[in-house]
Design a protein around this ligand. Structure first.
Ligand SMILES: Nc1ncnc2c1ncn2[C@@H]1O[C@H](COP(=O)(O)OP(=O)(O)O)[C@@H](O)[C@H]1O
Ligand SMILES: [Mg+2]
Length: 178
């Protein structure tokens, strides 16, 4: 990919106490691409996104967002985010089913047409029809000029969606058995 680099992790390591969440991971997200971050539970996918968003600091290496430190307000303003664990105002949102909550979070993330969209396990809890709809919307979002970083542990689902404009990254934990 030759597009402008929108977000980058370069040789980042992150520990939580004794747990090594990431060990020297490098990745970059280019303009116009959907980057799928694949890996089993515990591989460090959410941690990688959190570093790109400035929610955690790397112990080693460097994270940047729009060529700035991820904590920089100017960089953050240009992103849409849907994290794995989200709390929104309780009612009426609190009464939605798990899948409906995911759809509501997705709508919030894409509204405002962010330049870069972070989606952490966006299809968890969705039925087949809702998943298909989400993939369709993602394709449209990219065709309209946004870029996407998406994590999933559903490798087969992600592979079924693969098209030429996807880039791939598999995060493999160096400590898989914890
Ligand atoms: N805030 C935290 N405190 C302690 N351990 C954490 C924290 N966040 C993540 N971890 C641990 O780091 C590892 C990677 O977690 P995570 O990035 O959530 O993986 P994934 O999103 O790929 O499932 C896991 O072993 C997890 O338990
Ligand atoms: Mg996760």
């Amino acid at each position: 990919m030759n597009g402008e680099c929108l977000a980058e992790l370069s040789g980042v390591s992150k520990r939580f106490g004794n747990i090594v969440a990431l060990d020297g991971l490098s990745m970059d997200v280019r303009r116009g691409e959907l980057l799928a971050v694949l890996g089993p539970n515990g591989a460090g996918k959410t941690t990688a996104i959190s570093l790109l968003l400035g929610l955690h600091q790397p112990d080693k290496g460097k994270a940047s967002l729009f060529r700035q430190p991820p904590q920089c307000l100017d960089a953050r303003r240009r992103v849409g985010v849907m994290m794995q664990e989200v709390t929104l105002a309780e009612r009426p949102y609190g009464k939605l089913s798990a899948g409906q909550k995911r759809q509501a979070q997705f709508a919030v993330a894409i509204c405002g047409r962010p330049k870069l969209l972070f989606l952490d396990e966006p299809t968890v809890g969705l039925d087949q029809q809702a998943r298909a709809m989400m993939w369709d919307i993602l394709r449209t979002v990219v065709s309209q000029g946004s870029s996407i970083v998406l994590t999933t542990h559903y490798l087969e689902e992600a592979q079924a969606q693969q098209t030429a404009w996807w880039s791939w990254l598999r995060v493999v934990s160096s400590h898989p058995a914890r």
